[in-house]
Design a protein around this ligand. Structure first.
Ligand code: HEC
Ligand code: HEC
Ligand code: HEC
Ligand code: HEC
Ligand code: HEC
Ligand code: HEC
Ligand code: HEC
Length: 408
């Protein structure tokens, strides 16, 4: 009897050790699933503490994460947790002892039950994936901040099926790494993912490239003050600087030749994408979702200034602030005295003109790519983002008084 207890104890301890060492994966030197040249974001903290601390609060860092209670924006209590399909069918978001789940009920009987394993998105919307072996599937219900409610996942074929297979593509823009391979599945070739290789969030090395040599060098030579074995963004061409962001911010209708997991700062994005013919070049169809680069590239500011990059307005280590005065300062950096003389007769106060550049020239627009259904309603979109095509807009602005503005 005693022996049995001791045996169980040893079993518990050894599986705990195995579990903990699995948790440590990727943070120890040489253990990063991307290879020996990578060392993990933790290691940057000792020398770049302020950048590291700021980065922990960003949408990039939180772009994908393990789904945990308290981190999900939607409600798990009745009745707010219920997505009604019809009079006998509904899907409920449930917090059970073993985790968070989406459960399909028909006539009160449980038909499907899947754990919300991974969360995509920290802010505008959250969608969830569950694992089944080495396949990842998107769950049918997502949360949308704009309506503060659950609704169907974007472009989800049928909420009753729970079967939208997710390949490596989503992870290429929303995480730092996941290993994938093509295998023969039920519906032809499918992407199998190695979930233990997943590095959640967009980490330092996803943008800056592998940094093990940089870290080891500076640990060995603390007296050296100039960066070694690290790409200096300031020395890159404008296009290279833009590409470092455009790799994930130029739309997801692009066909790739090589996985963008291999892309790092200083690389040329054109080498990763198939020729332009395969992608949307009609500017009218650019969606505000995920395509900031191509929209910005159409702006006079971008074309005429010849220097504007994403970093002109965004610090890559902090969030896009909702404080519009910060952005006004950026505009004023180039437009000390914009000519609004044509607006004199309109009901726009001088103060409004000075503080609301963004509302008039980068108005919020609805995404056509992201549409969803709330319980029992028609297809709709309430996913609005600011367009990055900086221009003169008429009437469709959200600024007070803007509707009366006429074009010259
Ligand atoms: C042992 C100290 C040390 C560690 C650890 C370290 N760095 Fe650095 N890093 C430096 C020094 C020194 C510089 C040069 C001075 C500066 O720019 O702060 C530098 C500069 C940089 C620069 C600016 C390069 C330039 O010239 O513009 C980047 C980017 C950078 N490090 C990224 C990282 C990343 C990513 C990590 C973690 C994977 C990391 N560093 C870890 C010491 C370190
Ligand atoms: C989204 C991409 C991205 C991520 C993620 C990122 N960086 Fe940067 N980082 C940049 C860019 C771009 C620059 C150059 C900024 C500029 O040109 O103004 C930069 C500049 C730097 C610099 C030099 C200038 C400075 O601000 O001190 C350091 C050091 C640095 N990064 C470290 C890090 C570390 C450490 C992390 C992770 C905690 C990290 N970066 C994550 C894109 C990124
Ligand atoms: C690996 C892909 C990737 C790269 C590289 C990348 N981004 Fe992002 N970025 C994303 C994703 C995904 C989001 C949405 C985050 C989320 O899930 O909410 C995002 C969000 C943002 C946001 C909005 C943050 C907020 O507060 O809402 C800004 C601003 C941004 N990125 C700027 C940049 C800039 C500037 C660069 C280049 C220095 C860059 N990104 C490089 C993938 C990337
Ligand atoms: C080409 C890069 C790219 C791909 C591929 C991609 N996304 Fe995104 N995604 C983005 C960017 C950039 C943003 C944030 C800015 C925006 O919406 O314009 C975003 C935003 C999101 C958001 C909202 C995040 C927030 O701000 O809260 C969710 C959820 C999301 N994506 C899920 C997915 C899923 C699921 C897939 C795969 C089916 C996917 N994305 C594929 C780039 C991408
Ligand atoms: C790096 C410099 C730079 C920054 C920053 C900048 N612009 Fe511009 N912008 C220009 C240039 C150059 C032009 C071309 C016309 C000119 O020479 O005035 C322009 C043109 C414009 C136009 C006329 C567009 C048209 O289609 O006729 C508007 C409106 C405008 N900018 C608004 C803004 C706003 C709002 C901001 C801040 C969000 C901003 N700009 C930031 C450089 C800049
Ligand atoms: C002229 C200034 C300017 C430039 C240049 C610029 N942005 Fe922005 N960006 C903004 C403003 C303003 C917002 C809206 C912030 C807000 O409403 O809180 C924004 C928001 C965003 C968002 C969040 C979308 C949302 O509505 O929440 C993303 C993602 C983003 N920018 C990416 C980029 C990328 C990538 C580039 C380079 C291709 C870029 N931006 C260049 C001004 C700029
Ligand atoms: C109420 C809406 C509104 C606001 C707020 C506003 N603008 Fe404009 N802006 C316009 C309109 C409309 C025009 C076109 C005027 C015309 O037809 O002559 C314009 C024209 C411009 C131009 C092109 C004329 C030129 O000088 O070359 C620039 C640049 C510009 N605005 C920048 C800004 C900046 C910077 C801010 C913030 C400090 C700002 N605007 C605030 C509506 C607005």
């Amino acid at each position: 009897m005693k022996n049995k207890k001791a045996f169980i104890l040893i079993l518990v301890i050894s599986s705990l050790v195995a579990f903990l060492s699995r948790c440590m994966r990727g943070t120890e030197t040489g253990n990063d699933p991307r290879g020996k040249m990578y060392i993990g974001a933790e290691s940057c903290k000792q020398c770049h503490k302020s950048v590291y601390d700021a980065y922990l609060t960003t949408a990039h860092f939180n772009s994908t994460q393990t789904t945990l209670p308290g981190k999900v924006l939607g409600s798990f209590t009745q009745p707010q947790n219920t997505y009604v399909v019809d009079s006998i069918t509904n899907i409920r978001m449930e917090h059970r002892d073993s985790g968070l789940f989406q459960v399909l009920y028909v006539n009160g009987n449980q038909q499907e039950l899947h754990r919300m394993d991974i969360t995509f998105g920290p802010k505008h919307a959250q969608t969830f994936l569950y694992w089944q072996g080495d396949r990842a599937y998107e769950l049918p219900i997502s949360y949308y901040a704009e309506i503060q409610n659950w609704a169907s996942s974007p472009a989800y074929p049928s909420v009753l099926n729970f079967n939208r297979l997710i390949g490596g593509g989503c992870f290429e823009c929303h995480s730092s790494y996941i290993k994938s391979k093509l295998v023969m599945g039920k519906r032809g070739y499918e992407e199998a993912l190695d979930k233990r290789s997943l590095i959640n969030g967009i980490d330092c090395e996803r943008c800056h490239g592998p940094a093990a040599n940089h870290v080891n060098y500076h640990l060995a030579y603390p007296e050296v003050k100039a960066a070694k074995y690290m790409v200096t963004a300031g020395y890159l061409s404008r296009q290279q600087q833009l590409d470092a962001c455009a790799v994930c911010h130029s739309g997801n209708d692009i066909r790739k030749e090589i996985s963008t997991f291999h892309f790092k700062m200083g690389d040329t994005l054109a080498n990763f994408f198939l020729p332009a013919a395969s992608r949307t070049t009609n500017s009218a169809t650019f969606d505000v979702h995920g395509n900031q680069y191509n929209l910005l590239a159409q702006s006079q500011c971008f074309l005429s200034s010849k220097v504007m990059t994403c970093a002109t307005c965004h610090d890559p280590h902090t969030n896009a602030g909702t404080n519009s005065t910060e952005y006004v300062a950026k505009c004023m950096g180039c437009h000390t005295n914009p000519d609004h003389s044509a607006l004199k007769n309109d009901a726009v106060s001088a103060n409004n003109l000075q503080t609301n550049c963004i509302n008039c020239h980068m108005p919020a627009q609805e995404s056509r790519a992201i549409t969803f259904q709330t319980a029992g309603s028609k297809l709709q979109s309430a996913y609005t983002l600011r367009t990055h095509r900086i221009a003169i807009y008429n009437g469709n602005s959200t600024a007070p008084g803007a509707k009366t503005i006429k074009h010259r």
